[in-house]
Design a protein around this ligand. Structure first.
Ligand SMILES: [Zn+2]
Length: 272
């Protein structure tokens, strides 16, 4: 008798939970992601429509980010054949398609994306120090500090209309993030090519116009003014010198110059 009571109690405990689970996710939408957005999905959900159960009345932004895709990389959302904004609340069983940045197509992203700065200006997270140096050498205004907190990055990005580059998906999911990109590669040279391709920004490059150390602008300096500030061999061998207007770092077209030009690979050089 004791055993019977126990079993019936157990059934009573489990059954309501099962009922709750069914009720909780009684609604669903059909989601599909295109292009590079599939990077954030498990293999079974890439390049195919899949059902996403949900509860309540979430926005489409909430639903997209619930599967791991940062909203800053979504440039167009189509819900049942109509373009919608991030605050759109889908009807149950809606078919939602999410598209990344388009290449070689002139499309007004309208309700989703404010205009990006052109040429692009960046702020990088603490994991991307080498990429920050490369972007500066390539001539792009790039803020970087290994002391920045996520909040500081978000604040500076919003205040100066900068694009956040990061290896931290969390920061891109913040509602305060406006422009951003999750850098896929872990190799700095590949990261540079990846970012240049993604933002189609090679046309804006101005190699060696910025200081790799501090992001200051580099200007030509009279050779006499660097005497004693660079090694005598370099001073005697080279005739053109440049100096950072902010930190004073001196540059010349030394042995590292060609290596850095090669770094720009298929995108460069454009420097005269
Ligand atoms: Zn400098």
């Amino acid at each position: 008798m004791g055993k019977l009571v126990y079993k019936s109690l157990k059934i009573c405990q489990v059954a309501p939970n099962k009922f709750k689970m069914v009720k909780k996710f009684s609604k669903h939408i059909e989601l599909r992601f295109y292009g590079g957005l599939n990077h954030f999905l498990p293999a079974s959900k890439r390049q195919v429509p899949f059902n996403l159960p949900y509860m309540g009345t979430p926005t489409v932004k909430d639903l997209i980010e619930s599967v791991g895709v940062p909203h800053v990389e979504v440039f167009l959302i189509v819900a049942d054949s109509i373009s919608v904004g991030f605050d759109y609340k889908p009807e149950p069983s809606s078919q939602i398609s999410c598209y990344p940045r388009f290449y070689n197509l002139s499309i007004d992203y309208g309700i989703l994306r404010p205009t990006e700065p052109a040429p692009p200006v960046f702020i990088l997270d603490v994991h991307l120090g080498r990429l920050a140096s490369y972007l500066r050498l390539y001539g792009f205004d790039t803020l970087y500090s290994n002391c920045y907190s996520d909040d500081q990055i978000l604040r500076l990005a919003a205040a100066e209309n900068r694009i956040i580059l990061t290896r931290d998906k969390g920061i891109l999911r913040s509602g305060a993030a406006i422009h951003g990109y999750y850098v896929r590669s872990t190799q700095p040279k590949e990261q540079l090519n990846e970012v240049v391709d993604y933002f189609s920004m090679a046309c804006f490059a101005d190699p060696f116009s910025r200081c790799s150390l501090c992001n200051g602008l580099v200007e030509t300096v009279d050779r006499e003014n660097v005497k004693g500030l660079v090694a005598e061999n370099s001073y005697n061998h080279y005739h053109s010198f440049y100096r950072c207007s902010r930190c004073g770092q001196i540059y010349w077209e030394g042995s590292q110059y060609k290596g850095i030009l090669n770094l720009f690979g298929r995108h460069g050089p454009h420097h005269e």
